[in-house]
Write a protein of this length. Structure first.
Length: 197
C-alpha cells in the first residue's frame, strides 16, 4: 500500500492532483483543506496517502497531515460514508472544527456540509463521539481534543459556531469566560472580543 508520497506537484485541478514521483505521475484526490495549503505547481510536495484497491480501480487520496488522513479513514468506516462524502466533510470543516462538532453533538453544523443530511450527521456523531479526541494531534499544532464545554460556555460556543466563527476563534473569544456565565452575556462578551481581534 502507498502511505506517503513526496515529489513534484504537476497538476492541481481540485479535487484532483498529479504528483510526479521519480518519473511516475500519481493521480491523487484531496480535500480542499489540503489543497489550500499546497505549494505552487512545479514545487516539491509531500502528502500522507490512503490507497483504495477495488475490482475496477486503484484510487489514491492525499492529505496534508496525518490527522486528516486518520479522520478520512475513520469517516469511510461509517456505513453510508464513502470516499467522496468523506472528502466533502474534510473540505467543509477543518479537523478541529469537525472534532468540536462531534464532541458537542452539533448535527446542524455537520448537516451544512454538502452531501450530509440530518440522518447522516446524527450517524457521524453516534459513530465518532469519543473516538476523534483520541487521535494524535496533527503537525502544525492542530489539536483534535475538543475543549471542555459545559454550562453557559457550551451554549456560547454553539452560538459562535452557528454565527460562522471557527473553533479557534471561538476558543480565543471565550478563554477568560466563566463556565456558568449567562448565555446572552457570554455571547455579547465573545463578540466584543472578536471585534477587537
Amino acid at each position: 500500500m502507498i502511505g506517503h508520497l513526496t515529489g513534484k506537484l504537476l497538476e492541481k485541478q481540485p479535487p484532483q492532483l498529479v504528483i510526479n514521483v521519480a518519473g511516475v505521475g500519481y493521480e491523487v484526490d484531496a480535500p480542499m483543506s489540503t489543497i489550500y495549503v499546497l505549494p505552487h505547481v512545479g514545487d516539491a510536495v509531500s502528502l500522507f496517502t490512503h490507497m483504495v484497491v477495488r475490482e475496477d480501480a486503484q484510487l489514491l487520496y492525499g492529505f496534508a497531515t496525518r490527522t486528516e488522513r486518520d479522520l478520512f479513514r475513520a469517516l469511510i468506516k461509517i456505513t453510508g460514508i464513502g470516499a467522496k462524502i468523506a472528502l466533502a466533510i474534510l473540505s467543509g470543516l477543518q479537523a478541529d472544527e469537525l472534532a468540536v462538532a462531534i464532541a458537542t453533538e452539533d448535527t446542524a453544523r455537520l448537516a451544512r456540509v454538502p452531501g450530509i443530511g440530518k440522518k447522516t450527521a446524527e450517524r457521524l456523531v453516534l459513530e465518532l463521539k469519543g473516538k476523534i479526541g483520541s487521535m494524535p494531534a496533527a503537525t502544525g499544532g492542530l489539536k483534535l481534543a475538543a475543549p471542555e464545554v459545559t454550562g453557559g460556555r457550551g451554549d456560547v460556543l454553539h452560538a459562535l459556531l452557528a454565527l460562522g466563527y471557527n473553533e479557534k476563534e471561538a476558543a480565543h473569544a471565550m478563554k477568560d469566560m466563566a463556565a456558568d456565565i449567562d448565555v446572552s452575556q457570554g455571547i455579547k462578551l465573545a463578540l466584543k472580543q472578536l471585534a477587537r481581534a
